[in-house]
Ligand binder design. Structure first.
Ligand code: ADP
Ligand code: MG
Length: 242
């Protein structure tokens, strides 16, 4: 039964993937006396879409920051190997308010060719023609589209996203899911998406991890055909597993 969830299949979902691009081993992070990451193990294959679930305060953002190389303390604790090109997206789009949209998207990119790539990326996320808009002129959903364009224009091998749709209304979130799926299919970066929404995780990811007590407590391969929708009764089996 191809649609049956497998609780410990760590090899990925229906699609084949390359070798690991992320390898983390024995990661430890303490804040004061509290151990937030406790000898954590994580491996993500090239092109694999992994969702990370966990209660608030379970350490999801801490892990993401570590994988992004933003946490020097955790780096010394174990082993961490990540690809060269990593992009990071947050709940808040973090567009710079004093830069127009295109300048935000291509910030830090090497010329020549940056502007053309930025335009193409904006076009891909449905923001063609908005190159000269200021961030405050965009809706929340449009700002997240721009943030995705900014992430993808760098052609990352790994896209890290920390609850990128958490602040959006339900309808906009559905559109963003469709967009992310489309962009992922076209660019195929490895993805580590933090979310607290089980349905979002099952809808988008090849594999869903649950962070608990500083470790990956559950590792569930999602084997559902496209198009996936939370109305599919098979979602219930995953909701129960996760
Ligand atoms: P999540 O993203 O899963 O909600 P976080 O990774 O943000 O959780 O936080 C995990 C735990 O680590 C929380 O208890 C939080 O208070 C603590 N923590 C995170 N960052 C810091 C920090 N810079 N200083 C102290 N405690 C922190
Ligand atoms: Mg968080």
């Amino acid at each position: 039964d191809a649609g049956r969830p497998s609780p410990d299949a760590a090899s990925g979902g229906a699609r084949p993937h390359g070798g690991p691009v992320v390898r983390a081993s024995r990661l430890v992070r303490r804040f004061g006396g509290r151990t937030v990451l406790d000898r954590l193990e994580l491996s993500i294959a090239a092109g694999e879409f992994v969702a990370l679930l966990g209660r608030s305060g379970s350490g999801k953002s801490t892990l993401l920051r570590a994988v992004a190389g933003l946490d020097h303390e955790v780096a010394g604790s174990g082993e961490l190997r990540v690809p060269e090109r990593v992009s990071l997206a947050f709940q808040d789009s973090r567009l710079l308010p004093w830069l127009r949209l295109l300048d935000n998207v291509v910030l830090g990119l090497k010329r020549p060719g940056a502007a053309a790539r930025g335009r193409k990326a904006l076009d891909e996320v449905g923001l063609a023609g908005r190159e000269r808009a200021w961030p405050h002129e965009l809706s929340g959903g449009e700002q997240q589209r721009a943030a995705l364009a900014r992430s993808l224009v760098r052609e990352p091998e790994l896209l890290l996203a920390d609850e990128p749709f958490g602040a959006l209304d339900a309808l906009t979130r559905i559109r963003m899911h469709d967009l992310l799926r489309e962009l992922y299919a076209r660019h195929r970066p490895a993805v580590l998406l933090v979310t607290h929404d089980v349905d979002e995780a099952v809808e988008l990811a090849d594999r869903v991890l649950v962070l608990e007590d500083g470790r990956v407590a559950r590792d569930v391969a999602v084997d559902l055909p496209a198009p996936r929708t939370p109305r599919d009764p098979r979602f219930q089996e995953y909701r129960e597993l996760l």
